[in-house]
Each structure stands twice: as C-alpha cells, then as structure tokens.
Design a protein. Structure first.
Length: 347
C-alpha cells in the first residue's frame, strides 16, 4: 500500500493513530509503529518533562518512525512542541496555532511536520508555513472537529493543496481506508478504533461500552470546553451538556489538582485563566470538569459517571483486539475492498 504518506514517513501502511492527549501513550504508539503504521504520541497538556520521558519510552519500545502531537493553545502546548524538537521526534503534529517555527526547526534535523486542520483556510496556511502534510479532521471525528464532513473535506483539500492529505473522522475499517485514498487522501488517522484495543489505556468497561454503541451514539457541542467537541453519549456527558452553571467551589478545589497534574504553579494557572476574560473563564471551568471525567474513564468501570471523546466510527467497533491484530485486519479488509470494487466496476 505505497502512497504519498508511506513515502513521506517511511512506513509500510498509510495509517496513523490520532495523537490523543492522555490516551495515545507510549505502549499504543509503539504498537502502531511496530505494526507498520505511524504511532503518534499524545503530548496534550502533559508537563514537558513527562512528555520528554514518554518520547524516550516510545524509542525504547520501537525502532520504527513515530510522531508526537502538541496542541499549541493548550497549557504546556508550546513547551511540549519545543521538547519534541529537542528530542528530534521524527514527525511532529501540531494544532491550534502557528507552526512555521516548528517546521523550520524540524526540517533542520530531517524531521517532518503535519498540522491538524478542519477547513481549507487552515490547510492552506499550514502548507504556507512549511508543513509536509495535513490531517483533515472532519465532522465525524472525536474531540475537536470542524463542520465539514470527512469525505467532503478530503477531496476539497486534495484539490487545493500540493502536500499530502491525511483523512480523519469516522474511519475504522479497511474499506474506509480505500475510500479515503480514492478521494485523494494519502493516508488516514484513526482515534476511536485505536483506543478500543488491548493497548488502549482506558478502563476495560469503557472499551466494552464503546462496543455497544452505534454511529449515532455521540454528542457534539460547545458545552464541553467552549469549542465544538464530540463525546460519547453517556449520562455524564449529557449532564455536562445540560449544566448551565458549575459549582464554583468544586472547580476551585479541582484547580489545585489541575495545577499539580500540569506541573504549573497554581497562581500562574489562575492568573492565565483570569486574563482570558469571563467567557474563557467559563470555558476553563468546563474544561476542568472534562479533565475530571477523563480521569474517571482511566480508573473506574462506572460508565454512568465521567465521559470520553469518541468519533462516529464507534458504531463500527465490534471488539477489542490487539493493535497488531487490528492492523492485519484493516489491511486485509482494504485488499478485499479493492477486489470487490473491481468486481463492481467490471460488473
């Protein structure tokens, strides 16, 4: 399955795992790379030294190419991007910010850079800033995504860009990989299908919950953190959507835990939040509740509490295999889809 993306990154298959913060951890990343894809570490808002340690753990688990994702607008985002450059990560994936400085520094050591985008404007800017590829996150994707569907966004970006497009959102099978390639993508990125594996760090009860869900069992709202975001349709997420206000004292107490987790001095966290204004303070309060919910999914099997990001592709998740088993299956499905398509066209 040689494509522009396999050639760009030096991998066997044009398949990436989404760089999900606090989910795409070293074991998952290395397993994807060892299976022939491109594992992408989710640095997220992790403390920079934690990110550095995770990068070194990935290197200890695989000698294959891998990447790391740093959302620049999140706390610790800029610092994590700098750590990725210092550690000379082969592929850096950034989002939520301007990445020309990342491209310049990564290219200096032979690294590659891809930006996550949701529309044509951001994709063209990423290309202008020096990116080697873009990840096109369509409406179906988990977490933050745009309003344009994946299978509309892919061909449009392929039409206007000179760099490879990696489709993301609603993709979980080999047939969908072939469909994305047919529309002009050079590869695909999958999040939901990869965290519902043995290597995914979620509590097993949440993986089994994902197996039960259908494609319509997700919620898409700005009520989670102020930005359009897709989450699993479970009681905890519905309560979050319906909440008009939050217990300020509860958020205040939790702010100390957030500061410890991010390894940011509490006064700095409060000051940075206050500077953003009333609307952003409300969004940060919501984000604090999301972090609490995510911690719950890692440690508890009670799916009536907490919630987690999930894409529409959850309806096509029917088991919890190892990543190696999943990758073999997807490639077999892709070849079968090619054969079936040829039969249909000839027929």
């Amino acid at each position: 399955m040689r494509t522009s993306v396999t050639d760009l990154f030096g991998i066997d298959y044009p398949i990436l795992n989404a760089g999900m913060g606090r989910v795409a951890l070293p074991e998952m990343v290395a397993a994807v790379s060892n299976a022939g894809g491109l594992g992408v570490l989710g640095a997220g808002s992790s403390p920079p030294e934690v990110t550095r340690q995770m990068i070194r753990e990935v290197r200890a688990l695989t000698n294959k190419p891998f990447g790391a994702n740093a959302p620049l607008a999140l706390p610790n985002g800029l610092e994590n991007a700098k750590v990725c450059l210092e550690e000379q990560v082969p592929v850096i994936n950034y989002s939520m910010g301007k990445g020309d400085w990342i491209c310049k520094a990564a290219h200096a050591y032979g690294g590659k850079v891809m930006a996550s985008v949701t529309d044509q404007k951001f994709a063209l800017k990423a290309q202008e800033q020096g990116c080697d590829a873009v990840i096109a996150a369509g409406y179906e994707a988990a977490g933050h995504s745009g309003s344009v569907t994946t299978f509309t966004l892919i061909p449009r970006l392929a039409e206007v860009l000179e760099i490879p497009v990696i489709g993301a959102g609603g993709i979980a099978t080999g047939a969908q990989v072939i469909a994305a390639l047919a529309l002009g993508a050079g590869g695909v990125s999958m999040g939901t299908r990869f965290w519902t594996t043995q290597e995914g760090p979620m509590h097993p009860a949440w993986k089994e919950k994902a197996v039960e869900l259908d494609v319509s069992d997700t919620l898409y709202s700005t009520k989670f953190d102020g930005i359009p975001c897709r989450q699993m349709d479970v009681p905890g997420a519905r309560r979050m959507m319906e909440a008009r206000t939050f217990n300020v004292f509860d958020v205040f107490r939790h702010s100390f835990q957030i500061a410890r987790e991010l390894q940011i001095p509490w006064p700095r966290l409060v000051l940075d939040t206050a500077k953003r204004g009333p609307r952003e303070i409300q969004n940060m309060m919501r984000m604090s509740q999301m972090l609490k919910a995510h911690t719950h999914t890692m440690t508890s099997g009670d799916t009536n509490q907490g919630f987690t990001a999930v894409g529409m592709s959850v309806g096509m998740v029917h088991d919890v295999p190892t990543i190696a088993e999943l990758m073999d299956r997807i490639i077999a499905e892709a070849h079968e889809a090619q054969t079936q398509l040829a039969r249909n066209v000839l027929g």
